[in-house]
Design a protein around this ligand. Structure first.
Ligand code: N0T
Length: 537
């Protein structure tokens, strides 16, 4: 292959997810890709509304937009597909130099059938909802409805076929199949038909998936006891979506994912949460029932820090890359973008950001665009030029992160302004030959300064470029290095602390920091990227 041919080959290479030693990497155009994403509001994917989406994306500094495709718009009459909105989104995304994740809002949207075309909604006997224990219909489609499944498979196949033909340059890098599938309000379908299946022996594949004897002839209740209703529902939703995903993938093998309205990962309680989606307790069922789905992804809407971080931990697995397709964007939540990277995330996207919607701040005023977008943009602006390098370093297992968990009380903890041994440390990260002592907030000399940021929003990332060289970035924090335990008595120094940025894969040095900018630790009162080289003497 000549150079030009190689470039073309790489450019046309399909996006896919690579795996190595239990780590994962999304590849786009043949290169590691980190999705710096945002999701627009549910009703914003219309040509007349898209300007309000793009203006927000520009301010957010995203490289990826998550945006829905509505079944009711796509197939207004049975078998008549309208590709115009998809084409408009893709064409405009290219103009804005942004990649796209399309969200297939079809059988399930937040557990309901609200995005089914009208011609289906008007035939509820043919495309039924679930029946609860009391015999009443609930607002959620039945995963046992063969006719509904067939329509969805047919429509999704047409959608993927069109993407394959229209999007030769792979502007669309992933597809979300359904949105938060499963049901609120009833653990499973208690209709007569569903009950018949429930009373039958559990299928072999289910027993195998959960490590039970596949020769057993017992029914769901006998095998799973109190979990029977939940696992039954999960298996059928996962199988249903697995079939849709498989049909789409056969036509056009883009990476596919399914998002969950997750249960509380620490205190789940009884299944009053949405049942059916890829929750942390049913990964095995989902992986077995829907092998064409590449990623099971958590929508994280917990305000409690411990709970929030636990959700990420549970979805970052050897058999599953962490991808956070929806989360909060306000206050200090964007710091968790760093935590996601610490778990090897392939992408992260706050939800509900575009200019179609007015929000009110804590003072009761209409939020400015800056208030809405800056918390996210602070991260993405810094990471955009080096997104590919970060994805590659993560794939190689070189990244560690830390975030501020509690507010700083400067009056209680000013620290000592001159003590270079007993300085304040909130978190120590251990590298091969060095320790990085991280403290959050803002600093003056070695002590914390009197005034601290309104929210505990400190964040820190370190990547080992080599044994003695690190890429370091953060916001509202400080790092101090010291030789690790095994070298603890050696004298050390910075060889260089270079401030700069990546440009086409090369670190461009803007200036070398020294003197007051290094003698009191490396301070990130504003977001920046440093390349730090250390030596012992
Ligand atoms: C999300 C979004 C959108 C505090 C809600 C979250 C999006 C969907 N659902 O704005 O509708 O399309 O995926 C559900 C969270 C429920 C738990 C709330 C507890």
């Amino acid at each position: 292959l000549g150079y030009t041919n190689l470039c073309i080959a790489q450019q046309t290479e399909l996006p896919y997810i690579k795996h190595k030693d239990g780590r994962h990497c999304l590849m786009v155009d043949g290169k590691p890709f980190l999705m710096l994403g945002a999701q627009c509001n549910n009703s914003s994917a219309w040509p007349d509304t898209l300007p309000e989406v793009w203006s927000a994306m520009e301010q957010l500094k995203v490289n990826t937009l998550e945006i829905p495709i509505y079944w009711e718009q796509f197939e207004p009459q049975k078998g008549q597909f309208d590709y115009s909105v998809i084409d408009t989104i893709i064409t405009q995304a290219r103009e804005h130099n942004v990649r796209v994740v399309l969200l297939w809002f079809a059988t399930w949207k937040n557990g309901s059938n609200h995005y089914m075309p009208g011609w289906m909604k008007q035939q509820p006997e043919k495309y039924p909802n679930m029946i609860n224990k009391e015999g009443q219909e609930i607002d959620s489609p039945s995963p046992h409805a063969e006719a509904t499944l067939n329509e969805d498979v047919r429509a999704f196949s047409a959608f993927m076929k069109h993407l394959k033909e229209f999007d030769k340059q792979h502007t669309v890098i992933m597809v979300q199949v359904q949105n938060e599938p499963g049901a609120w309000g009833s653990v499973r379908d208690y209709s007569k038909d569903a009950q018949k299946i429930f009373d039958k022996p559990v299928p072999k594949e289910v027993l195998k998936a959960v490590g039970k004897n596949p020769k057993s002839n017992k029914n769901w209740k006998e095998v799973f006891g109190n979990d029977a209703d939940e696992f039954f529902q999960v298996w059928h939703v996962a199988q249903y979506i697995g079939k849709i995903a498989e049909a789409g993938k056969d036509i056009y093998p883009l990476p596919l994912y399914v998002n969950a309205a997750i249960r509380n990962p620490i205190n789940p309680g009884p299944p009053y949460y949405q049942v059916g989606g890829p929750n942390d307790n049913v990964f095995e069922l989902w992986k077995a029932a829907a092998p064409a789905v590449d990623v099971l992804a958590p929508d994280i809407y917990f305000s409690d820090t411990e709970t929030y971080l636990k959700a990420m931990e549970l979805y970052a697995r050897g058999d599953n890359p962490l991808f956070v397709p929806e989360t909060f964007w306000h206050d200090d939540f964007p710091k968790f973008f760093y935590s996601a990277l610490g778990y090897g995330a392939i992408g992260y996207a706050p939800f509900g950001l575009d200019n179609t919607r007015i929000r009110i701040n804590k003072k009761g005023e209409v939020m400015t665009a800056k208030e809405m977008y800056e918390p996210t943009a602070i991260n993405f602006e810094l990471f955009a030029p080096m997104a590919s390098e970060i994805a590659r370093l993560n794939f190689d297992g070189k990244i560690q992160t830390a975030v501020q968990l509690v507010p700083v009380d400067p009056t209680a903890d000013r620290g000592n302004a001159v003590d270079r041994v007993n300085y304040i440390t909130d978190k120590t990260l251990h590298l091969k030959s060095w320790d990085a002592d991280v403290a959050f907030g803002t600093f003056s000399r070695l002590s914390r300064s009197e005034f601290q940021p309104q929210h505990p929003d400190g964040r820190f990332l370190i990547a080992e470029l080599s044994e003695n060289q690190f890429l370091v970035c953060g916001y509202h924090c400080r790092v101090m290095f010291k030789p690790s335990e095994k070298n603890k008595n050696s004298n050390w120094q910075y060889l260089t602390v270079e401030e700069g940025h990546y440009e086409n894969g090369v670190f461009k040095v803007e200036r070398i920091l020294n003197g007051d900018q290094t003698d009191w630790g490396l301070n990130f009162d504003s977001p920046k990227v440093l390349r730090v080289t250390l030596y012992t003497r």
